[in-house]
Write a protein of this length. Structure first.
Ligand SMILES: Cc1cc2nc3c(=O)[nH]c(=O)nc-3n(C[C@H](O)[C@H](O)[C@H](O)COP(=O)(O)OP(=O)(O)OC[C@H]3O[C@@H](n4cnc5c(N)ncnc54)[C@H](O)[C@@H]3O)c2cc1C
Length: 433
C-alpha cells in the first residue's frame, strides 16, 4: 500500500507544536472539522497536522518513526522524560554479568536526523484530552491533532516496603537493575534469593520465570550452596509452563503458586515476606509488584479497564474509548495481546496507520494483524522461544490469538540463544534506528 498517496506537501514539516496558555485559549487544529466531513475520499494531510507522542520507549519511539515514515506531512513531537532509553528486554542478563546497561541503551538522535521527529526531553504532567494538549514539567504547553500516550507501566505500592530500596523490582531497566546485580554479587554463598511474580496482567509474561532461570543457573555456578524461591501470585506458571517447569527442576528452584505478597519487612538483616501461602525469609528479594498503566493514564482519566489499571482502546485505532483523539499503545493499553516490547512495536504501527488514515478522513484498516516473538533464557547460554499472532475479530471488536500462528519451542537450545540476539537487534533497530 502506498501510504503517501494522500500527502499534499513533500517538504519536511518540523514546525514545533505551538506553545499555548493552558486555560481559555482556542485550539489550533482543524482535525475535528475534518472528522465531521462525510466525504469518504482521502483528504490531503497538511503540514499543520501534528501528533504528540508521550513516552519514548518501545511503543513511543516506533510510532514517532513510522508516523514520519508513512505520513511525512505530519509534524511529530516525541516527549520523553529520560535523555536515553534503556531496554528492559535482555536486562535480566545484567544480573548475571552477561550484559551491561550501556549495551542496552538507545539514543533518540536517529529519530530526529533520519526521520525528522522533534524530541523533547521533558516530563508530561497533564493531558487535556478534549483540547488535545499536554502540559510539561518545564511549563511548556503543546497542542496537536492527536496525542499518542505510550508511558509504559507503573507499580502498586508494596505494603511495608515504603521507600526502602532493599527489595528492587528491576522491572524498569536502570538503577534498580544495577542494585539487584550488586545484591546478588555480594550475597554470601548459602543465602536465599526470593523472586516474586505479580498477578497478571504484567509486563512480559515469561519475564519473571526466565529471570529466575538465569539467576538459578548463575547461582549453581557462582554460589552453589544458595537457594532460589519463586513466589507466584498466580495459580500456575502463566506461560511456557512446560519449559519453565522442567527448567526449575533443572536449577533446583522452589516454585510456590498462589503466593501473593501481603506485607514485607525490608528492615531486618534477614528480610521477610508475608504471603497468602505463608511467610518467607530471604537475603536478596527481587520484589516485582503488581502493575498498572503509567500514571499519566490515570491522571488523564483514561484508566477505564474494569480493574481501573489500564486504558481501554478501540483495537483498530488504539484511540481511547473515552477520548477519541488520544491513542494509548504499548503496555498501558488493555488488550488481550501480551505486554511485550515486540507487541508494543506492532501496536505502534497499527496506530500510526490508523492516525494517518484518520487525518486523511479515511477509515482504519478493518483487519489488522500483529505478532510477537519472545525468547526466554533458560540457562546462561540456552533459550526457548514463544510466538503468537493476533488478528482483529469484528464479532468481539478485539485482537484475538490465532491458534495456527502461535506456539512455543519444545525445550531450549544454544541455537535459540543466538537467534534471540538477532531478533533483539532487529527489533531495537526497527524501533530506534
Ligand atoms: C526483564 C524484562 C524482560 C523483558 N523481555 C522482553 C522480551 O524478551 N520480549 C518482549 O517483547 N518484551 C520484553 N519485555 C517487555 C517490554 O520491555 C515492554 O513490554 C515494553 O518496554 C513496553 O513498551 P512501552 O513503550 O509500552 O513502555 P516502555 O518501553 O517502558 O516506555 C515507556 C516510556 O515512557 C516514558 N514516560 C513515562 N511517563 C512519561 C511522562 N509522563 N513523560 C515523559 N515520558 C514518560 C518512560 O520514561 C519510558 O521511556 C521485558 C520486560 C522486562 C522488565
Amino acid at each position: 500500500m502506498d501510504r503517501r498517496y494522500f500527502l499534499a506537501t513533500s517538504g519536511i514539516a518540523l514546525a514545533a507544536a505551538s506553545s499555548l496558555t493552558w486555560a481559555g485559549d482556542k485550539q489550533g487544529t482543524t482535525s475535528s472539522e475534518r472528522g465531521k466531513r462525510p466525504k469518504p475520499t482521502p483528504t490531503p494531510i497538511t503540514t499543520k497536522s501534528r501528533v504528540i507522542v508521550i513516552g519514548g520507549g518501545m511503543a513511543g519511539a516506533t510510532i514517532a518513526k513510522y508516523l514520519r515514515l508513512w505520513g511525512d506531512g505530519i509534524a511529530v513531537t516525541l516527549i520523553e522524560r529520560n535523555p536515553t532509553y534503556t531496554s528492559n528486554i535482555m536486562s535480566s542478563m545484567v544480573l548475571t554479568g552477561q550484559r551491561t546497561l550501556s549495551s542496552l541503551t538507545y539514543r533518540y538522535d536517529t529519530l530526529l536526523s533520519a526521520y525528522g521527529v522533534q524530541v523533547f526531553n521533558d516530563d508530561v504532567l497533564e493531558i487535556d484530552t478534549v483540547g488535545v494538549r499536554v502540559k510539561l514539567a518545564s511549563g511548556t504547553i503543546l497542542s496537536a491533532d492527536r496525542i499518542v500516550l505510550a508511558p509504559g507501566i507503573d507499580f502498586d505500592d508494596v505494603p511495608g516496603l515504603g521507600t526502602s530500596d532493599r527489595m528492587p523490582h528491576a522491572w524498569k531497566a536502570g538503577p534498580q537493575t544495577t542494585l539487584l546485580a550488586q545484591q546478588l554479587a555480594s550475597m554470601t554463598d548459602g543465602g536465599t534469593v526470593v523472586l516474586t511474580v505479580p498477578k497478571v496482567p504484567y509486563r512480559c509474561p515469561p519475564g519473571p520465570y526466565e529471570r529466575a532461570c538465569l539467576i538459578g543457573d548463575w547461582l549453581k555456578l557462582k554460589k552453589p550452596k544458595s537457594k532460589l524461591m519463586v513466589l507466584d501470585a498466580n495459580p500456575a506458571i502463566v506461560t511456557e509452563a512446560d519449559n519453565f517447569t522442567k527448567a526449575f527442576a533443572l536449577h533446583g528452584i522452589t516454585y510456590v503458586p498462589n503466593a501473593e505478597v501481603t506485607q514485607v519487612d525490608p528492615v531486618s538483616s534477614t528480610m521477610s515476606l508475608s504471603t497468602t501461602m505463608g511467610s518467607f525469609n530471604a537475603n536478596v528479594v527481587n520484589m516485582i509488584p503488581r502493575q498498572k498503566a503509567g500514571k499519566l493514564v490515570a491522571i488523564a482519566g483514561l484508566n477505564n479497564s474494569p480493574d481501573g489499571r489500564f486504558a481501554v482502546v478501540n483495537q483498530l485505532t488504539y484511540a481511547s474509548t473515552v477520548a477519541p483523539r488520544i491513542h494509548v499503545i504499548g503496555d498501558a493499553s488493555a488488550t488481550a495481546q501480551p505486554k511485550a516490547g515486540h507487541i508494543a512495536n506492532q501496536e505502534a504501527k497499527v496506530c500510526a496507520d490508523a492516525i494517518i488514515r484518520s487525518l486523511a478522513n479515511l477509515q482504519p484498516d478493518p483487519a489488522p494483524v500483529t505478532n510477537s516473538a519472545c525468547y526466554s533464557t533458560i540457562t546462561m547460554s540456552q533459550a526457548s522461544w514463544l510466538t503468537a499472532v493476533y488478528q482483529y475479530n469484528p464479532a468481539t471488536a478485539a485482537m484475538a490469538a490465532v491458534a495456527a500462528g502461535s506456539g512455543a519451542s519444545v525445550g531450549w537450545s544454544a541455537e535459540n540463544f543466538k537467534e534471540m540476539n538477532t531478533w533483539f537487534t532487529a527489533l531495537m533497530a526497527d524501533s530506534f534506528a
